[in-house]
Design a protein around this ligand. Structure first.
Ligand code: AHM
Ligand code: MG
Length: 335
């Protein structure tokens, strides 16, 4: 009989990858799983809440939907704070990082950076959104208050990273540096089950994902690359197919499954692009590399960048290795 592995079982099983681990990372991943379930439940009800709000006594809607990302932020912060596995957290929704000050938190060795609800422009229109998370060991001494330096570490220091995608089904995808695995949520049972073991970008890709509405603002190399991807060449599967949702998690997930290239380049109006290094690009870059792909800022590896600011932005190109190498070549040769 086929054995269905739950996320909880898988996390415990894979704790063995870290022979000296005391189980704190496993506990932290379980807390993220729990918060993800809560956020998933609220997101699923969002449209319904609107209908009920209109016919019911209070019109809770409009508001609560516009506040979906605040809700997700609150759920993740309170769940992670309650369970004491991290000493601090930084989020897209908060200007500064939060230091958890109780003794139990100060003794914790992990910090989390996250985008609680990514793809906000899609919330009101029922299109896939996601949660992105990134986990590091603190560098400040255990027992002290967490510092900004704990959060400003290069992506290559990540201990774990992942996302939840709230799509036709809800899937949690994560890595601890030993491959990428995806778990689909069964709402009837309330558990995530291993559905996508050892995820890898397929050998070849023929999808590209970029907001082409910004074409006029893009650097010459990116413009030429886009035109090249649209040319006819049977040997290289061109023209590629364009797919862009405006939710990084959705575009990334599809490209990892089907093979493709995601681009959010800099433009004349956005000199460093739009996406944030610490809680959007780094976790996706870690997953990308673990799935056999590449993630670049156009010149070099995303995971090597030394961050200066919590909310700094960076041009982002990720996907199948060959496609990313080709994009870097276009940029280099068309300055
Ligand atoms: P958000 O964190 O405010 O939702 O912004 C990030 C999102 C990404 O998910 C997505 O890839 C990108 O912004 C889309 O931006 P644009 O609408 O400029 O194409
Ligand atoms: Mg975001």
């Amino acid at each position: 009989m086929e054995r269905h592995i739950t996320l909880g079982e898988f996390i415990i099983e894979n704790q063995k990858d870290f022979p000296y681990a005391k189980g704190d990372l496993s506990a932290l991943l379980s807390s993220i799983k729990l918060a993800g379930k809560m956020v998933n439940k609220s997101i699923n009800k969002a449209g319904l809440a609107q209908i009920l709000g209109k016919v019911g006594k209070e019109n809770i809607q409009g508001e609560s939907q516009a506040k979906m990302d605040v809700m997700a932020n609150d759920v993740f912060i309170s769940t992670l704070r309650n369970r004491g596995e991290i000493c601090g957290l930084a989020s897209e929704e908060l200007e500064d990082y939060v230091a958890f000050e109780d003794d139990i938190h100060k003794e914790a060795k992990y910090i989390v950076l996250m985008d609680p609800l990514d793809g906000s422009s899609n919330i009101d229109v029922d299109i896939t959104i996601g949660t992105i998370f990134s986990i590091y060991h603190r560098i400040s001494p255990i027992g002290t208050r967490v510092t900004k330096e704990d959060f400003l570490q290069p992506g290559k220091n990540q201990v774990a990273a992942g996302y939840l995608i709230y799509g036709t089904s809800t899937i949690l995808v994560y890595t601890t540096g030993n491959g990428v695995n995806g778990f689909t949520f069964d709402p009837g049972i309330g558990s995530f089950f291993l559905s996508h073991p050892n995820m890898k970008f397929p050998k070849e890709g023929s999808i590209y994902s970029v907001n082409e509405g910004n074409y006029i603002h893009f650097p010459k190399g990116i413009k030429k690359l886009i035109k090249w991807m649209q040319e006819l060449d049977k040997d290289s599967n061109r023209p590629y197919t364009a797919r862009y949702t405006g939710s990084l998690v959705a575009d990334f997930h599809r490209n990892m499954l089907m093979g493709g290239l995601y681009l959010y380049p800099q433009g004349s109006t956005a000199p460093k692009g739009k996406l944030r290094l610490l809680y959007e690009c780094n976790p996706m870059a870690f997953l990308t590399e673990q799935a056999g792909g590449k993630a670049s800022d156009g010149k070099g590896r995303i995971l090597d960048i030394i961050p200066k600011e919590l909310h700094e932005r960076v041009p982002f190109i990720c996907g199948n290795s060959e496609m990313v190498v080709n994009a870097e070549k276009f940029i280099r040769e068309n300055k």
